[in-house]
Design a protein around this ligand. Sequence first.
Ligand code: ATP
Length: 484
Amino acid sequence: MTNKKISLKEIVSHAKQYGFVFPSSEIYDGINAIYDYGQYGIYLKNNIKEYWWKSMIQINENIIGLDTSILMHPNVWKASGHVTKFKEIFLYNEDTKYSYRLDLLIENYFQTNLNKEKQLKNNIIKYLEKKLKRNEKDKILKLINQMKIIDPNQKKKWTKIYEYNLMFKIPLKEHEPENQNCYLRPETAQGIFTNFLNVLNTSKMKIPFGIAQIGKVFRNEIIARQFLFRMREFEQMEMQFFIHPNQEDKWLEYWKKKRFKWHLSLGLGEKKYRFYEHEQLAHYAKKAYDIQFKFPFGFKELEGIHSRTNFDLKNHEKYSKKRFRVFDKEKKKVYIPYIIEASVGLDRIFLAVFSSSLKKETIKDTKKERILLKINPALSPIKAAIFPLIRDKRLISYAKDIYNHLKVDFLLIYEENDSIGKRYRRQDAIGTPICVTIDFNTLKDKCVTMRFRDKMLQKRVLIKDLKREIKKETSMNKLFQLLR
Ligand code: ATP
């Protein structure tokens, strides 16, 4: 068996052809950087969510979950700094009409050109920060062009530089004042911070403790062309951990290690991950690390692990006039808790899992090619497919009985059309780890054939043992054991 490399184009096309991801509003030619999940994509996405949620909430007794609203009071975004600071600088080429985010261009440039030249990198960052502070954007444009940092897709120089806020504005009712615009939330974290006092008052949580949530967020991103990596509407899985200010370094290290281990448990290979320490920090963050993943277009941010200090709670205290303080028993005084956040994009994990699991294999003997989604069985959309060997009444009835009996425990597929070989190929392509075939011997010996996707191995098992066998192969418990 030989493995061939798969391009991003093939990944996007497989995702569409097999019902994982569709471009949104495709009948109207789609809309940039917005996607819909198809019938198998949604199962994979839900499995990733379930694994994250349980490994945060169920396994850690000091973390609870929330589900807060997308629209929030306009003051939330003033207090959080997003109204004034959640801006990005873009470079633009008037001929090609393409824009690119300045920070991402520089990050790429550093990674490919100045990887080891720390001093030079620091000098460039200092220069850019100075020019940004003084709002001398033209000088930034000049530097970028002098350094020959061009548009990586169009291979053209930049002609313009501009800045805008990534939040989507939602006007409130007509008679509301102009400055009372709502926004679609650009992060789920603020719903956690604004409920901090509610959680303190209604639960038994004591510092240190965490609040987690999964939800949709919206950012008016410009560059697309990286599939699910950069979307305008996406889902975040965020956990905000509230701590004593003196313990910032300890908990940052703790969550870095813990989250890295979580990613490794997905089985995509340790070499695909690395840490990256932020040089340009978000407006709220003091120390910031990314867990980067080797996507088909290179190492890019998968998860952010940041120290947010007490920036958010302090500002909500100021704007809301509520006291966000807890009592320090040892020092006999109150303090505003610090926060360590672990924030990951669900769609980016989906892309990491999907793109790394898709394999093109040539079978040695037959020279035939097969594309299979060699996905971790705990995450695979469908756990097993049930087939009668041929369309015979007795086999069909037996196969349907087995399907109906097991479908309450697992997500299954029943199929009777096409040759058994074709049915296997279809299941390989959507990542089903087990196919179960009912043949004429089954009628006599009450055994079925289990075929395992990855091992190309088959074994006969008694029907009464089938549930145990499928569970053994596909249970999420296997992943949880790796977290210990
Ligand atoms: P980037 O630098 O790539 O824009 P970010 O540093 O702004 O990301 P955060 O604000 O830290 O991202 O958001 C936390 C996580 O949300 C990221 O690590 C990423 O997984 C995910 N994420 C951010 N922006 C997007 C997007 N446009 N599309 C999909 N996922 C995203």
